[in-house]
Ligand binder design. Sequence first.
Ligand code: NAD
Length: 289
Amino acid sequence: MTTIAFLGLGNMGGPMAANLVKAGHTVHGYDPVPEAVKTAEAAGVQTFPTAVEAVAIAEVVITMLPSGAIVKKLYDEILPATATGALLIDSSTISVADAREINSRAADHGFAQVDAPVSGGVKGAVAGTLAFMVGGTEEAFVAARPTLEPMAGKIIHCGESGAGQAAKVCNNMLLAVQQIAVGEAFVLAEKLGLSDDALYDVVTGATGNCWAIETNCPVPGPQPTSPANNDFKPGFATALMNKDLGLALDAIADTGSRAPLGEHAAALYRSFAEQHSDLDFSAIITTLR
Ligand code: NAD
């Protein structure tokens, strides 16, 4: 079994670390927020007062943090203190450019490192069924895999460093566009006198089907487990979708890509997030009525 440092024990990191403990690993955790520390300790994580102490004897170091700026700052602190031969895994959602930068900083200190962002939300983190999108060398991917397994439903090697974040940003831009389009279809259908159930039944068996309608249906009724049945309690919060679309806009600008629908979706979510950042992102339908 492996000694794993887990830095960032929040909504996602807390349950991910708990699943590593359940799998028999020794987990050394750090988070500046006392509440997060308390919950992690109750799940069997041994916590430390600083990140530097948490990584001291770890064979694997996992970060699950809010932003690229925080990951970069923390890497500066921990890289000189990390044990020789350790593998670094960053599962935070950050930009491709930041992911490549920390990979190269890790390499300068002699460490293998992968970006391994996830999808599946807090539910997937608790259940140990997250989808990991991994960027890094084949050797680093093979080394990371056994550590990821207790937290994962699916692990995909997407390519070299940054490729995991590239996959994540493209998927979430696509999802944002689809969720808005599904909302538009329901509003139009209502105005045409078509019932929500009829539209749901037709689309989920037809060419317009996608996760945004089948699972995350933005009207109550047709899919009883979707957030629309629960006052749009997330789910996937608008604040997080807004953050991911900000990363998509950066990626579009950096690469000179054309993505008019992605850009429009980002503008709509930016404005929706000003009032409703804590609602599930499918609640964007309420702005269309
Ligand atoms: P969160 O805010 O609940 O947790 C982040 C944790 O990092 C907090 O507990 C915070 O105290 C801690 N932290 C901040 N600075 C730190 C530092 N210097 N050292 C150690 N810990 C530090 O966020 P979350 O929902 O757990 O998300 C974490 C990452 O996962 C984000 O990048 C997010 O975009 C991504 N993500 C979240 C979801 C989701 O559904 N919540 C889904 C997929 C991906």
